[in-house]
Design a protein around this ligand. Sequence first.
Ligand code: ADP
Ligand code: MG
Length: 484
Amino acid sequence: MAEEAFVSDSRPVDLQWGQICNQLKMEFGETAFDSWLKPLTVGDFKDGIMNICAPTAFMKNWVVTHYSDRINKIWEQQNPNVKKINFIVQTGFSDRRSVDTSLLKKISSSPTPQNIYGCNINSSSFGLVAGASLANDTSNNNVTNGTPLNPNYTFENFVVGKTNEFAYAAARKVAESKNVSFNPLFLYSSVGLGKTHLMHSIIWHIKKNDPTRNVIYLTAEQFVYKFVKALRYKDTAAFKEQFRSVDVLMVDDFQFMGNKGTTQEEFFHTFSSLVEEGKQVIISADKSPTDLDGIEERLKSRLVGGLVVDIMPTNFELRMGILQKKAELMGIELPQKVAEFLAQKITSNVRELEGSLKRVAAHSQLLSGKEITLDMTQDVLKDMLRSIDRKTTIDEIQKKVAEHFNISVKELQSSRRARTVARPRQIAMYLAKQLTSRSLPEIGRKFDRDHTTVMHAVRKVEELIIEDQSLAENIEILRRTLEN
Ligand code: ADP
Ligand code: MG
């Protein structure tokens, strides 16, 4: 077929990407697509390796954690010549198509201190824009300047069960009460269990009931970015003023606050001053405050000073409830048998559960409304189900990698930096990312490291695979043994 032409000609790559984008949009929905996938562009394609470029590191990391597996799969199906996809950050792209000009206008005409960043927005269309001043917002679905608020992430659409009822109640309480009852509210869980959903629900609720309240919602990474920018432009006064004048400050994915001393210090002061003034602070993270890596003790102790709530992994009942709710929102008929099947099979997180439902729905729509059946579901999801059945665990990867390199699992998890141990460790981390659906922080925990170390290891091994033939072969052997 035309596979050869595909390799040597860059146009079909673009075309193919276009098709993949259509599929992704269908599976993940327009909001997620517009926020995370649309800004991606296709880069070089060489020796079976396709580069996909993201405008910021934050965005790249997000895409890698949430969408890379699926992008890989679709591309693999579309064209077997694409052996591997590399996600990279491409900066300095002021002429990028993806820069949102309406956003630019909004920021540069804004009377708020955001002006200080206006001149730089071209160099990063996404990472820096985060503040959500609800009081000034006039648009309907985009109350945050850059981080779109998902219209489906409301309390009404959040299905409550035993594992999340406490988190739900706490979020509602914070959204409903004028007076601060616990400060901060700290929500934590592993990935895909509804933290962001609850955060957005709080904003929607406040927006509806008390639109004069000034809310800022952003991720920790965006906070860091903004602060670093402010430092660079010597405008920390405006930065402080912006953050300290809010009624509600919400920081999502706090684990990405990083080890940066001055930023953490700034956050600490912002946080303390808000709490002192009786302003609500809401934080989410993938770990409890005490387990957070790289966060100063005094900040940790402040974080546990309010209400710390975790969302536990879902149970079967809740998964059934969520599937029914999502099917209703998508306007599809989901037979009980299919729902039970999905709820039994896809247990790791709600995002995956929802993803599988979207795939099945998209498939049925493509076949002009063909009824969803168990057979069809099993067929559409076969690669996903196969990988779930295979269930390669990180423990197993550590064991096999250690055996292969003739070291012990203990050494693999140790802090030793000798090359003979460090390299196998990086390879094990890389394989864990490739072969399991665990998040970077989860993988990190298994090695007693933080997510940045895992990210670095993955990147390093990706480079080495290209440079070092024998290492690439070793990894291939390991991958095959693990996949069997
Ligand atoms: P997190 O921020 O914890 O990683 P998200 O809030 O992004 O997770 O949730 C992932 C997906 O799962 C979202 O689409 C969200 O709507 C859905 N989800 C999670 N928990 C629930 C729930 N209890 N009810 C309805 N949808 C849920
Ligand atoms: Mg989240």
